[in-house]
Write a protein that binds this ligand. Structure first.
Ligand code: AMP
Ligand code: ZN
Length: 135
């Protein structure tokens, strides 16, 4: 596996993902253990571990895609709001050392513990198919 990294393997298509959006620079896919319905991860295709070692141009491209995907999710899910989360280092709860932004959809005034919930693969597949973007 390239860089011994599961997100690189997803970007290379070596392991499957529930894809929501893709272009030449980034990939967005559903988190398999979502905080809430529609929890999506946005990654640059080129590997870096975290925010501080990611080039500014890459970050600029990724955050623009975060905006694009989040804008789409608001209508497509639909959701009422969303949180953007980006963890750096084990101490901050980062478990996959490939820089990524979480888009966590929010519904009504529901409270959120920011905890993963075991995803139902059939549900995630159906949801990704329903909300997938064309570009
Ligand atoms: P973090 O704690 O910021 O490193 O978040 C990593 C996230 O990646 C967690 O929310 C995991 O549920 C998620 N995750 C791990 N492996 C996969 C995978 N193969 N496909 C989709 N999401 C994954
Ligand atoms: Zn990687």
């Amino acid at each position: 596996m390239k860089n011994n990294c599961v997100f690189c393997a997803i970007a290379e298509g070596e392991i499957p993902s529930f894809k929501v959006y893709e272009d030449e620079l980034v990939l967005a896919y559903l988190d398999i253990n979502p905080f809430t319905k529609g929890h999506t991860l946005v990654i640059p295709k080129v590997h870096t571990a975290g925010l501080v070692d990611t080039p500014d141009e890459t970050l600029a491209a990724v955050i623009a895609r975060v905006k694009k995907v989040a804008t789409h999710l608001k209508d497509a899910l639909p959701c009422d709001g969303f949180n953007i989360l980006q963890n750096n280092g084990e101490a901050a709860g980062q478990t996959v050392m490939h820089v990524h932004f979480h888009i966590v959809p929010r519904y009504g005034m529901e409270e959120l513990a920011f905890a993963n919930h075991k995803g139902d693969m059939a549900e995630l597949k159906a949801l990704a198919e329903r909300i997938r973007m064309n570009g």
